[in-house]
Design a protein around this ligand. Sequence first.
Ligand SMILES: NC(=O)c1ccc[n+]([C@@H]2O[C@H](COP(=O)([O-])OP(=O)(O)OC[C@H]3O[C@@H](n4cnc5c(N)ncnc54)[C@H](OP(=O)(O)O)[C@@H]3O)[C@@H](O)[C@H]2O)c1
Length: 299
Amino acid sequence: MNDSTNLKPILITGANSGIGRKTLELLTDKGYFVYAGARKDKDIEELNKLPNTLAIKLDVTDDEQIKQAIKIIKEEGRGLYGLVNNAGIALVGSIISTSMEMMKDLFEVNVFGPHRMTLACFPLLRKSKGRIVNISSISGILTGRILGLYSMSKHALEAYSDTLIQNVEDFDMNVSLIEPGNFKSDIGSNLIEKMRNEEESYRINMTSAQKKQQFKEIEEGFSADHGFPEPFKVAEAIFDALFSEKPKPRYLVGGNEEEVKWVIKRMFVEMLQLNHNHEYSFDRDSLIDIMDESISETN
Ligand SMILES: NC(=O)c1ccc[n+]([C@@H]2O[C@H](COP(=O)([O-])OP(=O)(O)OC[C@H]3O[C@@H](n4cnc5c(N)ncnc54)[C@H](OP(=O)(O)O)[C@@H]3O)[C@@H](O)[C@H]2O)c1
């Protein structure tokens, strides 16, 4: 155990690339010790060369690996202050072409993964009155014609966190959601790679020509470098959620102003759809009163 490191060790799942890697670098630069979850041996070897880092083989769908990871953390003797549920995958395409197998694969990582990790880390986090940070997305609020599957998983994570935050408050623990817009990472290229290797039978209700067309659309949308920013701002939001005296329940981290506007507008549209034309609809003035009440509750 290195005594020079800050005594608030953090476990990050999927720490070898994208948002997880940037967060690892930010935390270790500031002197925090990070348990870096990664799946591939070559990534583990590379991560172990970084300062203040212990890489652990960790697939969030694998109960045995999770058990071993907790055993290692306990043996290290530093305790655990934070869990960053970052590991995630994308799955896109039309919902009617999505087999149960595909849907289950997605939820195994993006939804059941954070739950497995939360359950496994809970005893250590309870002891340290620690924090859980769940990496959702603006897709936890928005959805789209081909984004629906990924959005479903992130919508589930939103509800999960909103409940978890209440379930752990008796233990002086905290839970935050991070909702990034589009940032540079490997998530798009990993998706394309996976789709290239998909079994012909994986997508259903489509002819071969339709599958090709859908793949072309997805490839164009997700493999190009759209000039998205590096996820520094996302790492900073995660840092705040882990260490701020007053962590926020939600951190919306837009890549640009337009993304933020999409999200806020979507929330208004949903609210107005709920309010539209029924027995208990509120008029505009009452809606503004409700908004003022909500503002005072949020601040
Ligand atoms: N980048 C964005 O614009 C953006 C926006 C909103 C939300 N997010 C969310 O941010 C999180 C990180 O994604 P990213 O964009 O940084 O993508 P990324 O570069 O592809 O990183 C994803 C990480 O998750 C790991 N992972 C995938 N499946 C796993 C499993 N079964 N068990 C453990 N680890 C697994 C990957 O490991 P391998 O390298 O071994 O595959 C990788 O380390 C995800 O939850 C994603 O949904 C990203």
